[in-house]
Design a protein around this ligand. Structure first.
Ligand SMILES: [Zn+2]
Length: 81
């Protein structure tokens, strides 16, 4: 395992695809095992790959933050359910 001696680790941002139910795609931003994205209603949403994400508090759309492997791993993409 990589050890950071004297330098705090940095959680880097990375971009992932946001896939709408319509098939259209957009952009989401991930850091670690979480992603954030802009709902079509304008709300900023975010969620982890470890747990299901509550529906958008404004419009009720459902999303899933899909992990690359097992739940809790890095984000592969975000999709509207
Ligand atoms: Zn919404």
């Amino acid at each position: 395992m990589l050890r950071h001696v004297g330098v705090p680790p940095v959680a880097n941002f990375y971009d992932v695809e946001l896939i709408w139910k319509s098939g259209q795609t957009g952009k989401a931003r991930a850091v670690g095992n979480n992603a954030a994205w802009l709902c079509s209603c304008g709300e900023v949403l975010l969620g982890p790959t470890r747990y299901p994400v509550a529906p958008c508090p404004k419009c009720g759309k459902h999303f899933e933050v899909v992990p690359k492997g097992h739940p809790g791993s890095y984000v592969d993409h975000v999709r509207e359910l």
